[in-house]
Design a protein around this ligand. Sequence first.
Ligand code: CMC
Length: 436
Amino acid sequence: MKEYATLTIDGKELKLPVIIGTEGEKAIDIRSLRQETGCITYDPGFANTGSCKSKITFMNGEKGILRHRGIPIEQLAEKSSFVETSYLIMHGHLPTRKELTRTSIMLNDQSMVHEDMQFFFQNYPRLSHPMGILSAMVNALRSFYPEIITTQEEFEKVFIRLLSKVRTMAAMSYKISRGHKVIYPRTDYTYCANFLNMMFDSPVNPYRLDRDVVKALNTFWILHADHEQNCSTSAVKTVGSSQANVYASISAGITALWGPLHGGANQAVIEMLTAIHKKGVGISEVVEKAKNRRSSFRLMGFGHRVYKTYDPRAKIMKKVCDKVLPKLKINDPLLEIAKQLEEVALSDQYFVDKNLYPNVDFYSGILLRAMGIPTNMFPVMFAIGRLPGWIAQWKENMDDKEQKITRPRQIYTGLNKSPYIPISKRDSDSEDDSDY
Ligand code: CMC
């Protein structure tokens, strides 16, 4: 039986349909609200607003659940590869062996980057942040691949192209930023092994792939693969809703991800932990500062809009750190500081009352550091991982007949109608209009 919510305003009663998702989540369908009552809703940050119906990812923030296409993140992180998880997110089902092989072949075919793109890197100022460069490069892909996507097959090609080339571009940008020779992708390496090799191999010092590091990178990217309607995914969909091309939309996602409250948090966490380590600041002093409302400082890597318990991705990331660092014989003092910080914060009433727990970014930077990834590339690592989610969500939005161009309303709080006053009358001392 259909459920309704009743809203009464100005003595008028409105029956609003209730939509129920497959996991029992309820939403009030307010699409008729403005037309029927003249009212809009007020929800800064859209914390209570559902912008779409989606079959891709399910999250329950109270219980710490994350599933892609129904499969728990814990199982994917343990058993899957990033390429397989990307396929799952994009296509809605796990690939058969044949489908996975075909995907790997296509990824290899698309792995090279047009040589002209090297000019972008070479002409960027040396101190540019890699996220700014990546966003511009992805936008530029449209000029290299201008075809309009009309069929499922063409879309599949674009998905593979982005997944493969963005990885190559990221490694290439790192090599060029260091003034080193660019290492080309190899067809005999898997997706993650290829990235590590392009980053760290060199003619004078060949890179030795470590099975556990490759596995850890797979896990890192699986943990970032999608996270339903987050800030960057919403940016991708907002740009896509104007029918801008997929490259422009993904480029917007990269820009949105860059911020320290979102994907830039992994870099911010390491900068925070490094500062604590170098200055020898006490853990409780840091926690006190994060609680102080007069200070703008926040405990980076803590808190989440949706999770009101421990982020399931952070749990896995912490375990991976505990496995990989000893394997690489790395004794990173930042891991110890992070654990101490977590312990103090989790027993502090402020953090308990506000349900602030470590999020995925709290431990991810420590893992990336151990792999040798430079700190300013951490958000780029997040961006590569989030590609399958962005592209799948962009496509789902395009195919959804209920979607429209994104265009929120506002409550105007400015001046009421006011007359234009000529400049000569605005200032009683001024007598000429010579500015004109
Ligand atoms: N340290 C100290 N206080 C915090 C923190 C924090 N990390 N996060 C939230 N709070 C406080 C905040 O001051 C506010 O207090 P009050 O109610 O007294 O004003 C309350 O908790 C609620 O915070 P909010 O900013 O209203 O919550 P939000 O849902 O808008 O923001 C967040 C979520 C992730 C932006 C925020 O928790 C934050 O800034 N965290 C640090 C940055 C970070 O780690 N970002 C990565 C998020 S996970 C990766 C991703 O998917 O993007």
